[in-house]
Design a protein around this ligand. Structure first.
Ligand SMILES: Cc1ncc(C[n+]2csc(CCOP(=O)(O)OP(=O)(O)O)c2C)c(N)n1
Ligand code: SF4
Ligand SMILES: [Mg+2]
Length: 291
C-alpha cells in the first residue's frame, strides 16, 4: 500500500498550484517523521476526487499510506480510518468542489466531534478535473462551463464557513509559498483535533488567479491575499471572525481554540470506559425485563 502506483499516469498542467501543495505536504510529512522518529508510513493521505485528489498518487520520496476515496466523502472515510487507527496521522486532501460542495455537510459534524485529522483544501475556485465548471468559490457572474451567462450564486467564503461551523483550528495559505505552507501543514498536524489548512491553489487552465492574489502595484491592483498582522491573537474568536470577514483573504494562522483540545477518538475511548463502569450484569438486565 505504501508504494507509488507505477501505472497511474495523471499529470497536472504546467504551473498548476497543486505542485506547490504536493511539495509542502512531502516536507511536512518528512519533518514530522524526523521529529517523532517514526516512519512516513505512520501517516495516511485520504484524497477526494479532482485534480487536487490526484496528489495522493504523486507524492515523491518515502510514501505514506493512501486512499483515493469518492467525491465529497473524504471526511466519512477519515472518520472510519481514524476511529480504528487513532495511532495514525491522517491527512485529507480535497478540492473546493469536493470539500465545499458535495462534501460540505460533513464539515460541521466532524468539527464538533473534533476528529483528529488535518484537511488541506486546494481551492482553485473551479472544478478543474471535469474541465471548468463553477464551484462554490467561483466568483459571482463569472462565465464557466456550467454558468454560460454568468454565475448566479454569490461566492462562498470558506474561512467564514469554517468559523461558523466551529472548526477549532483554521489556517490559510497560498500554494506559491511552499515553505510556509509546509510549516502550516506540519503545525496543523501537531494540533490534537480537527484542523483545516485552506490553500489558494490556482488552476492555470480554467481559473488563473495568481495575479489577483498577488496584486499589481504598478497597475494599482490591490492583492486579494494579505498577511495576518503579527499581533493577531489566534485564540481570540472575535478577532478571527473579523479577519475572515470581507472579500480579501488573510494568510497565516487564523484561529486556534483556547484551552485543551480533546480529540474525537479520545472522547470515544472515554465514552466506552463510562459504558463499562455503568454496565449492569446480563442477569440483572434480563431480570428487569421479566414481567
Ligand atoms: C458523486 C460524483 N459526482 C460528480 C463527480 C464528477 N467530478 C469529479 S471531480 C469533480 C469536481 C472536482 O472539483 P474540485 O473538487 O474543485 O477539484 P479540482 O479538480 O478543482 O482540484 C466532479 C464534479 C464524481 N466523480 N462523483
Ligand atoms: S485543470 Fe487546473 S487544477 Fe487541474 S491540473 Fe490543470 S491547472 Fe491544475
Ligand atoms: Mg477545484
Amino acid at each position: 500500500m505504501s508504494k507509488r502506483n507505477p501505472v497511474y499516469d495523471f499529470k497536472w498542467c504546467p504551473g498548476c498550484g497543486d505542485f506547490g501543495v504536493k511539495v509542502a505536504i512531502e516536507q511536512a510529512l518528512a519533518k514530522r517523521a524526523i521529529e517523532r522518529q517514526e516512519s512516513v508510513e505512520k501517516s495516511a493521505i485520504i484524497a477526494g476526487i479532482g485534480c487536487s485528489g490526484n496528489l495522493v498518487h504523486l507524492q515523491e520520496g518515502p510514501q505514506p499510506f493512501g486512499i483515493h476515496g469518492i467525491h465529497g466523502r473524504t471526511l466519512p472515510i477519515a472518520y472510519g480510518f481514524k476511529s480504528n487507527r487513532p495511532d495514525m496521522n491522517v491527512l485529507v486532501v480535497s478540492g473546493d468542489g469536493d470539500f465545499l460542495s458535495i462534501g460540505a455537510e460533513h464539515i460541521g459534524p466532524q468539527a464538533r466531534r473534533n476528529l483528529d485529522i488535518t484537511v488541506v483544501v486546494m481551492d482553485n475556485g473551479i472544478y478543474g478535473l471535469t474541465k471548468g465548471q463553477a464551484s462554490p468559490t467561483t466568483e459571482f457572474e463569472v462565465v464557466t462551463a456550467t454558468t454560460r451567462y454568468g454565475k448566479l450564486d454569490d461566492r462562498m467564503h470558506p474561512l467564514e464557513v469554517y468559523m461558523g461551523l466551529g472548526v477549532p483550528y483554521i489556517a490559510s495559505e497560498m500554494s506559491s509559498r511552499v515553505k510556509q505552507l509546509g510549516e502550516a501543514i506540519k503545525d496543523a498536524m501537531d494540533y490534537p483535533g480537527f484542523s483545516i489548512v485552506h490553500v489558494q491553489s490556482p488552476c492555470t487552465t480554467y481559473n488563473d488567479t495568481y495575479a489577483l492574489l498577488k496584486g499589481d502595484e504598478k497597475k494599482g491592483i490591490e492583492p486579494l491575499a494579505f498577511p495576518i498582522p503579527e499581533e493577531h491573537d489566534v485564540t481570540d474568536l472575535d478577532a478571527a471572525r473579523k479577519l475572515v470577514t470581507g472579500k480579501r483573504i488573510p494568510i497565516g494562522l487564523i484561529y486556534k481554540r483556547a484551552g485543551e483540545s480533546v480529540p474525537g477518538h479520545e472522547r470515544l475511548r472515554l465514552a466506552k470506559e463510562r459504558t463499562k463502569a455503568t454496565q449492569a450484569p446480563v442477569e440483572r438486565l434480563l431480570a428487569a425485563m421479566t414481567i
